[in-house]
Design a protein around this ligand. Structure first.
Ligand code: ADP
Ligand code: MG
Length: 704
């Protein structure tokens, strides 16, 4: 159904020159593929945005070359000086010159044949790379490019720099992205010409090419017109898709689902605790939605540990009471299994027939399961993405729950919904990330929201205090007192920007320091440890064999240790609010009074001050998320992995809130005037939707 002109872009990267299966696997790692996409495609290269640019345009004479800068030099090769045999420490040295001076090219561990091929004596070569002064001579170690005069034009004078992965060279990525960018055809324009003109934006293909084959270093920037245009394209596709989904939602009647409560009361009896008021409220909201003759789409938000699973199970039971089926989908196999384990004993007690379907279920057992599902012998199916597969057919799916929705796309949600037959399944989406209302709009459109704001009984408030690092000794004294009373401490070490190694060093240092004070009951947990060692350390902490656990932020302190009651976060000023909130959530789970100590280095910037003050005053994840948005701006919040939200591939740019607002208005207007996207612009917009993989949205037109 995809327009033909898009076929080359959706083809696997192997269709490009120079890319075989080995590189394709590496690319899959380096590129950010959308959820559910298994292999890197040409389009993923188009969206692989540069993080910077190397400017090779400086073409001085050798005498004029400024040491420490990237230059392109035209030189004649004078002589080769190979290193003495067997001494790999001495580099291969090639003397070259121009009319103004000498330049030595330096190669460590070079293949003589490579040198001879690339730099024949007496020939003219262009070499590009960083010039350095070594004593009196100018040197260039391992030039990035060596070309002869005939290939002068192949030298990329402005070279975008891309995120890489081990084994994948910058050159390979550069060449592939460039090929991909050049494969982008000229599509009929989908943006409003007046708007393009007002913003000074070019067409889609030229904008793509402008970024990947820049004419100026300023082109490679999220605030460049080219990048802004693509960001707007992405936002418009997003808003349009949501608008279409909303439109079709409104147009279709759902099926009312009502239960008689017989299974729910068995579940309640089997629960070892009473539901919180928040849980009860959420359940009655869900029951009312299911009962109404329109399709249900509701978001259930609640911090980790707020008890969403039980709500989901009770809601799924309503559909079963009505004689239908339910599904619960988790983003990973581990989470799906966890749900199964939580649910199984309760389901048993209530006579619910449940099953698990993940990628791991294969062959006969899988066939068996699918038969049972089709015959209605399974009441509740729990699983992963595997639930989307075409041969997964329900007898009568009336209700579907998606956990941690942010890892699924809108279209995947629709795919599951469609399995509900004519009326479509009622949907409940659950997320542990408190999402500010404005961002909800971007990702879900209009939908109803239930919140679990109460903590399950027995949880105590966490006393949070920000203190300067200078006060660490006092803190350690207090911890000593606490430890004597049997307390346990998480100690999170500074986040140092994009440098795992220094972060690790800091954690090791702190670990040694605390061990000196407190002895052997101090453990260390970091990302570079083997999985088994991590598990062992975590288990020792969980069993209270370790009293203090020093950890870096690269690891997820994901295990529940109710006895841990103190969280110390060093350099808290460097963390985002969402991250601080998540870390703090690790304590306050048991019966002890809990503390969160935020250590900060002075002086403290304005934003950091506000963040820490916010943490001191509230534990409300929703209020914190709103503040986070206010302090950082929508684009950044969206881009930040820690927020757990679906990421835009391009739209995380300066000016994001304005672009988003414009895209929302634009989408609304388009759908009012041309609800079937049948006009010429409407048809161009369909291509845009395909391009950003909102295929399901386009399909809805056919259904309508
Ligand atoms: P979430 O999925 O929201 O992170 P879970 O549903 O996994 O949270 O619940 C976390 C823990 O709290 C589970 O052990 C669950 O049994 C327990 N729990 C849920 N609701 C309550 C409640 N009302 N009272 C006490 N414990 C509860
Ligand atoms: Mg959960």
């Amino acid at each position: 159904m995809r327009p033909n002109e898009l076929i080359p872009l959706f083809a696997p990267v192997e269709t490009l020159k120079g890319i075989g299966p080995r590189l394709a696997v590496l690319m899959k790692k380096a590129l950010r593929l959308p959820p559910g996409v298994r292999d890197a495609r040409v389009l993923d290269l188009v969206w692989h945005m540069p993080t910077g640019v190397v400017d090779r345009r400086a073409e001085p004479s050798v005498a004029e070359a400024i040491p420490g800068t990237i230059v392109t030099l035209k030189v004649r090769v004078l002589k080769h000086k190979a290193p003495p045999r067997g001494n790999a420490k001495v580099p291969y040295k090639i003397a070259t010159e121009d009319d103004t001076g000498r330049l030595d090219l330096i190669f460590f561990r070079a293949e003589p044949s490579f040198i001879e091929r690339q730099l024949p004596i007496g020939e003219i070569r262009y070499v590009s790379g960083r010039a350095e002064k070594y004593g009196d001579t100018l040197q260039m170690a391992h030039p990035d490019y060596i070309v002869d005069e005939d290939h002068r034009a192949d030298l990329p004078l402005l070279e975008p720099v891309y995120p890489l992965t081990a084994g994948l060279s910058a050159k390979v990525i550069l060449k592939s992205v460039r090929q991909a960018a050049c494969l982008v055809p000229t599509f009929p324009e989908w943006q409003d010409p007046a708007w393009l003109k007002a913003r000074g934006w070019d067409g889609f293909a030229p904008s793509v090419q402008r970024i990947h084959l820049p004419a100026d270093s300023s082109d490679v920037s999220p605030s460049s017109p080219a990048w802004q245009r693509l960001a707007y394209d992405e936002l418009l596709a997003n808003q349009l898709a949501l608008g279409i989904v909303r439109q079709s939602f409104k147009a279709q009647r759902g099926r009312p689902v009502r239960g008689d409560g017989r299974i729910r009361s068995k579940l309640i009896n089997a629960l070892p605790f009473a539901l919180t008021n928040s849980q009860k409220t959420a359940l009655s909201e869900i029951a009312a939605d299911m009962n109404a003759p329109k399709r249900m789409l509701r978001l259930l938000q609640g911090d980790v540990g707020s008890g969403k699973t039980i709500v989901a199970l009770m809601a799924m039971a309503i559909a079963v009471e009505d004689g239908a089926q339910s599904a619960l989908m988790a983003p990973t196999e581990v989470l799906a299994r966890q749900h199964l384990e939580t649910i199984a004993p309760l389901a048993d007690a209530a006579g619910l027939r449940i099953a698990l379907l993940t990628g791991r279920e294969k062959g006969k057992p899988r066939e068996h399961l699918l038969d049972a599902l089709r015959n209605g012998d399974i009441d509740i199916l729990i699983g992963t993405h595997a639930l989307f597969q075409d041969d997964v057919i329900f007898r009568d799916l009336a209700f579907a729950v998606i956990d941690e929705q942010h890892r699924f796309g809108v279209h995947q949600r629709l795919a599951l919904q469609m399995k509900g037959g004519e009326g479509g399944a009622n949907m409940l989406v659950m997320t542990a990330t408190p999402i500010p209302r404005t961002l909800l709009m971007t990702h879900y459109g209009d939908l109803d929201v239930s919140k679990l704001t109460e903590k399950p009984a027995g949880r105590k408030p966490i006393v949070t205090k920000a203190v300067p690092t200078d006060a660490m000794e006092k803190l350690i004294d207090r911890i000593r007192v606490q430890l004597a009373e049997g307390a346990q401490v998480y100690w999170v070490c500074p986040l140092i920007e994009s440098s795992e190694i220094t972060e690790l060093a800091a954690a090791e240092e702190r670990h040694a320091h605390l061990q000196q004070i407190f002895g052997a009951r101090v453990g260390l947990l970091h990302g570079a440890m083997a999985a088994a060692a991590k598990d062992a350390t975590m288990e020792a902490f969980a069993k209270n064999q370790l009293q203090i656990l020093v950890a870096t932020t690269v690891i997820e302190v994901g295990v529940n240790v109710p006895n841990a009651n103190i969280m110390v976060i060093e350099h808290a000023e460097r963390f985002g609010l969402a991250q601080l909130h998540q870390l703090r959530g690790r304590v306050g789970r048991g019966s002890r009074e809990s503390f969160c100590m935020l250590l900060y280095a002075q002086p403290l910037g304005e934003t950091a001050k506000e963040r820490l003050a916010m943490m001191e005053t509230t534990e409300d994840g929703f209020a914190i998320a709103e503040k986070d948005l206010e302090l950082r701006g929508g684009g950044e919040v969206l881009g930040a992995r820690q927020s757990g939200l679906p990421e835009f591939r391009i739209a995380d740019v300066p000016g994001f809130p304005m672009l988003l607002a414009a895209a929302r208005d634009d989408a609304t207007m388009i759908l009012e005037r041309d609800p079937a996207l049948a006009s010429p612009r409407g048809r161009a917009l369909r291509t845009l939707l395909y391009l950003f993989e909102c295929d399901e949205a386009v399909r809805l037109f056919r259904a309508a």
